[in-house]
Structure formats: structure tokens, C-alpha cells
Design a protein around this ligand. Structure first.
Ligand SMILES: *Cc1c(COP(=O)(O)O)cnc(C)c1O
Length: 403
């Protein structure tokens, strides 16, 4: 018989019931160090006092108001994002999938209103993940996610990730935009090489395309900058974000330049819940904290420490781990062939640490940005122990046993 909760996730036996800072508790009494943060969502850890206070305060005043009215929290958060990023304007919605979908709609409408309606195709990368709406499935490249859900919307072309020549060669008169993740998340924590985003910007400029970044996972401080593209010195035309934006409250946003967003006049797009007062209180408190002087410097310091510790563990366990990859506190460790990533995630869980699997046989660490040295020690010790046990189980028994 089907479970009351639709069974489209393979879930753990235990339920998570309480969180505080870097830790989360299960209903069987176990405590875990949370190195997954709800897949890069709980950027300030669990029940951060500033977030709790902001939501409590908002909950006592106004939960929801339609976008037919001005919403004070939206104006405050949009002003902050406009002041601290490339964006001139911001649209709020409820998830990453919607943010990417909105970005794609904007890119098409931009060319439509610019007198080039034939430009509706989006170029994106192999290995990418852009969400689970039909349009986002067409933009992403995971074949397994699409099975049985067709037909998907028209107008998506894919090229190998991190390959500027292939990208340039794929541009046609029908191309509207290039859509990329600065670091592919679900695809296996694959960071583009340093010049890639700059090259994408140049191709967009040369052919009059919009550069659209999917920073749903890389954004909101995850890599040590507010948005990951800041490392490359370029700015996109449109950026979709979500995950860490509300520190655990479901909320997404599309940031855009004035030129890119010009067609989005009243009536073109909408969302009932998008940017509601509760969500905006959560975003205001999250971004307010992440943008405090020194916060992102601490993220960078902790990322450096985590990377150097993980490099040691990888070096010590060549029978289990192949490499460390990613950027900032978005870290992947690729398991060698023959060691399934789910096995390492399971071992880590046995040793009290939550991690998340990703594509290419990778185990992800996406810890809350408030991580400290002691937590890194704890996570690395559990990883070392997990690798030792996996290597020992795999090794032929000393002495041969049955001679
Ligand atoms: C998670 C993710 C999405 C989808 O976000 P949802 O909130 O699950 O809809 C889109 N793009 C990237 C890069 C993501 O990591």
C-alpha cells in the first residue's frame, strides 16, 4: 500500500525533529553534526536567534499579503540586494525551480520585446541541474529526471560544461541566453575553471545574448562571496537564487539588470506567495547576518581549513576517495569506482555526521556557514573513520582465511 507521504524520496528510517546551530536531532534520540544543511539551505544553522526573532516578530504582525499591494519587507530586501549586487531589480518567488523558470521567461520576453522573437533558445550545460518544473527539466541535463514526463518545452540546447569553444559553436540566430551554474551542484560539485564565466560573458556580449546564472545552490554566501560569480569579476544579466536565501524559509529570487528586466511590466508574471512578509522577514535576517562585516571572511577561513583537512583525508584513503572539488563551503569528495557514494554517506551517518550524495559518485559537504574549527575537526574525524572502515571491509582479509 502506498504511504501517506508520496514515496518519491528514499528517506531515512528516523525523522529529524529539532535543530540548534550546527546540530540536528532525530526522533530516536541521535544527534547529528549537520554538514548538509538541508542541501545548502540552513546557512545560519538551525534556529539562529536572529532568524527566530525576525520570524516571531513578523508572525505577530502580518503573514501574507497579495502582491496587489506594496509589501514593505520586499522593498527592504530588494533595496539590500540591489545595493550589494549587480542587480537593478528583484522578483521574489518560493523555490529554486520557480526562480530559474522565471529567469528563462524573462530571457525570452526580453528578446521578444526587443523585436527578435525568434530568439527563444536557451543554451545550458551537460551535467547541469536547474529544478524539477518541466521547463527546468528541459534546461537541465539529467535524463533520469525526465523519463515519462514528456513532452518538455521546446528550445533547449546542451553543450559540455566548462568548454567555451563548444559553447560558442552552439550559438545560433535563435539563441536567447546562456544558462549556467558557477559550480554544478547536483551534477557532482563541479567548479568551472577560473576563466569560464568571463568567457561566457564575452560570448554573450559578442552575440547579444543574456547571461543567466543559476546560483540557487552557490548563492547567499556559500562560496565565501555573496554570489559565486563575484569571484570571476563579471556580472550576469539575470541570476536565479533560492536555497540559502531564507535560511530555511522557502523563498527564491530573480535578480536582474534594468535592461534584462525591462519587459516585465505589470501583468507579465506573478506569484501568489512570492515575497510574502514571512519570507521577507527570513531573508532580511539571513542576508543581514551574511553581509555583516567579517562574516564572509570567516566563511573563507573555514573553507580553507576544511579543504586542507579533506585533502589530507583523501590522500590517506586512496582506496576510497579520489579528489576534493568545489568552491568555498560547497565541497564534494569523489568516491573511487567500486565505492558507492551512498555507502560513504551512510557510514558518515553512523558516525553522527550528515552529508549529501551528488552526481559523479560524489559526497557533498554543504555545512551551515556558521561552522567553526571544532565542527570541522568532528566532521573530518568521522570521514577518516568512515573511509578506514570502508577500506578495511573492501580489503582482502589478511592471511587469506581459506587456504
Ligand atoms: C536545488 C536547485 C534548484 C531547484 O531548487 P528547488 O528549490 O528545489 O526548486 C535549481 N538549481 C540548482 C542549481 C539547484 O541546486
Amino acid at each position: 500500500m502506498i504511504t501517506a507521504v508520496m514515496p518519491n524520496y528514499a528517506r531515512t528510517d528516523f525523522a529529524l525533529i529539532r535543530g540548534e546551530g550546527m546540530y540536528i536531532w532525530a526522533d530516536d534520540g541521535r544527534r547529528f553534526l549537520d554538514m548538509g544543511a538541508g542541501i545548502a539551505v540552513n546557512g545560519l544553522g538551525h534556529c539562529h536567534p536572529r532568524l527566530v526573532a525576525a520570524l516571531r516578530d513578523q508572525a505577530g504582525r502580518l503573514w501574507h499579503a497579495s502582491n496587489l499591494y506594496r509589501i514593505a519587507g520586499q522593498e527592504k530586501v530588494a533595496d539590500l540586494l540591489v545595493a550589494r549586487t549587480f542587480a537593478d531589480t528583484v522578483f521574489f518567488n518560493n523555490s529554486g525551480a520557480e526562480a530559474v523558470e522565471t529567469a528563462i521567461k524573462m530571457a525570452r520576453r526580453h528578446h521578444h520585446d526587443g523585436g527578435r522573437p525568434e530568439r527563444f533558445r536557451i543554451l545550458s550545460c551537460e551535467g547541469s541541474f536547474h529544478g524539477r518544473s518541466l521547463t527546468d527539466l528541459a534546461a537541465g541535463s539529467n535524463e533520469a529526471h525526465r523519463v515519462g514526463f514528456g513532452p518538455l518545452p521546446e528550445g533547449f540546447d546542451h553543450v559540455p560544461f566548462d568548454n567555451l569553444n563548444a559553447l560558442r559553436a552552439a550559438v545560433t540566430d535563435g539563441t536567447a541566453a546562456i544558462l549556467v551554474e558557477p559550480v554544478q551542484g547536483e551534477g557532482g560539485i563541479r567548479a568551472a575553471s577560473p576563466g569560464f564565466l568571463k568567457g561566457v560573458r564575452e560570448i554573450c556580449d559578442e552575440f547579444g545574448l543574456l547571461m543567466v546564472l543559476d546560483e540557487v545552490q552557490t548563492g547567499n554566501g556559500r562560496t565565501g562571496r555573496l554570489y559565486a560569480h563575484e569571484w570571476s569579476g563579471i556580472t550576469p544579466d539575470i541570476l536565479a537564487t533560492a536555497k540559502g536565501l531564507g535560511g530555511g524559509f522557502p523563498v527564491g529570487a530573480v535578480l536582474a539588470t534594468e535592461a534584462a528586466a525591462a519587459p516585465m511590466i505589470a501583468g507579465t508574471h506573478g506569484s501568489t506567495f512570492g515575497g510574502n512578509p514571512l519570507a521577507m522577514a527570513a531573508v532580511g535576517a539571513t542576508l543581514g547576518t551574511v553581509l555583516e562585516p567579517g562574516f564572509l571572511d570567516q566563511v573563507k577561513d573555514m573553507a580553507r581549513l576544511l579543504w586542507s583537512c579533506l585533502a589530507d583525508v583523501v590522500g590517506n584513503h586512496p582506496a576510497v576517495l579520489a579528489d576534493v572539488r568545489g568552491q568555498g563551503l560547497m565541497v564534494g569528495m569523489r568516491c573511487v569506482d567500486g565505492v558507492e557514494n551512498g555507502r560513504l554517506v551512510g557510514k558518515m551517518m553512523e558516525h553522527g555526521v550528515l552529508t549529501v550524495p551528488a552526481g559523479e559518485n560524489v559526497v557533498r559537504m554543504l555545512p551551515p556557514l556558521i561552522i567553526e574549527e571544532s565542527h570541522i575537526d568532528e566532521a573530518v574525524a568521522a570521514l577518516d573513520r568512515s573511509c578506514r572502515e570502508i577500506a578495511r571491509d573492501a580489503a582482502p582479509t589478511a592471511g587469506g582465511g581459506t587456504i
